[in-house]
Design a protein around this ligand. Structure first.
Ligand SMILES: Nc1ncnc2c1ncn2[C@@H]1O[C@H](COP(=O)(O)OP(=O)(O)O)[C@@H](O)[C@H]1O
Ligand SMILES: [Mg+2]
Length: 315
């Protein structure tokens, strides 16, 4: 790619005056309507006036692409300000635009829905997840194999936190897109598995990216019988995908054998109130999945990737 194919600074400033596509904990994303292949991703630390100066005082650099033709809404170029540091990264990047919408019940920057409205949304979004064709589930598993080989991870959160904001479904293309990728954490950092080869790219965490409304209202909504049914079906859909695509939970950030990973699944089942009669069978299926490495893992992948990181003045 050539830097001249990218939007000009004026186009970027124009885009920042429009309504954002979405907002996360780290950044807000705007579509560049005059250059529709791209978005502008801007750190939440910058307000609009800061952005104007930041762009004026920075130099634009191209990001080397390691993802071929695949679209993960990855950075294609970044601004670099004299005060930026490698530790904190840039504050504005240009990224690929991904079509689609995310299954969040609550979107940052928007009003928080009350419990009743949230339950309606959670049910609707869960029904929508169940309408996703299996082919799209296969594509996302293929992406998980692919990004693991590149040493990048989906960002759906560790612990029991869930983030449906980083997977988009394009109803027109009938496919899912992973966005907001991050390079693997340094091996063993923050107590992660020193033999990590998958980051969060495993069925357990994919479930959290495809399970709407699991975090907020987790106790209030978990007893709704209709929602329990939907969620049990979502679990079955994700597990079937893992079986078809030979991806198990071993070797991610969480260390341990499949047996040990079963403990995490049990916790997840209990949060979701998955009927016990299904739990055993699901666990058995998960424990029988054999990994098949689909993509070659290149040795020379140490290419720095510039993204707006959560590391900031808050940390
Ligand atoms: N390329 C994109 N195309 C469409 N929407 C996007 C794109 N990138 C981000 N978004 C929207 O903006 C939200 C925040 O972007 P994201 O990159 O996930 O930032 P954060 O790291 O702060 O979570 C996403 O959850 C999504 O709704
Ligand atoms: Mg995000």
């Amino acid at each position: 790619m050539d830097i001249y194919e990218l939007p000009t600074n004026d186009e970027i400033l124009f885009a920042l005056g429009e309504a954002p596509l979405g907002e996360g904990a780290e950044a807000t994303v705007y579509k560049i309507h005059t250059h529709p292949k791209y978005t502008i991703r801007i750190s939440n630390q910058l307000n609009k006036n800061d952005a104007f100066n930041y762009i004026k005082e920075s130099e634009l650099h191209l990001q080397k692409n390691v993802f071929g033709h695949r679209n993960f809404a990855q950075t294609v170029a970044y601004f670099w300000h004299p005060e930026d540091t490698m530790e904190f990264g840039p504050k504005i990047t240009i990224n690929y635009y991904c079509p689609g919408f995310s299954y969040e019940i609550y979107k940052p920057g928007r009003p928080v829905p009350d419990s009743e409205e949230a339950l309606i949304k959670t049910k609707l979004m869960s029904e929508k997840i169940l309408e996703i064709p299996d082919k799209a589930i296969d594509t996302i598993y293929d992406d998980l194999h692919f990004i693991s080989a590149k040493e990048y991870s989906i960002d759906v959160g560790g612990g029991l936190f869930t983030n449906t904001g980083n997977i988009l479904f394009s109803a027109l293309d009938q496919r899912l897109f992973i966005i907001d990728l991050q390079p693997f954490l340094e091996k063993g950092r923050q107590g992660t598995n020193p033999l990590n080869t998958k980051g969060f790219n495993t069925p357990l965490f994919l479930t959290r990216g495809l399970m709407p409304g699991m975090e907020r209202y987790k106790n209030e909504h978990a007893k709704d019988p209709y929602l329990i049914n939907l969620r049990t079906e979502i679990l079955d859909k994700v597990i079937s995908g893992a079986e078809r695509n030979n991806l198990n939970d071993e070797g991610g950030y969480l260390a341990g054998s499949l047996d040990k990973m079963a403990q995490y699944w049990k916790v997840q089942f209990s949060i979701l109130n998955t009927p016990e009669k299904y739990q055993e069978n699901m666990l058995k299926r998960l424990m029988s999945i054999k990994d098949v490495q689909k993509y070659h893992h290149p040795k020379e992948i140490n290419i720095p990737y510039m993204r707006i990181s959560g590391k900031s003045i808050y940390s």
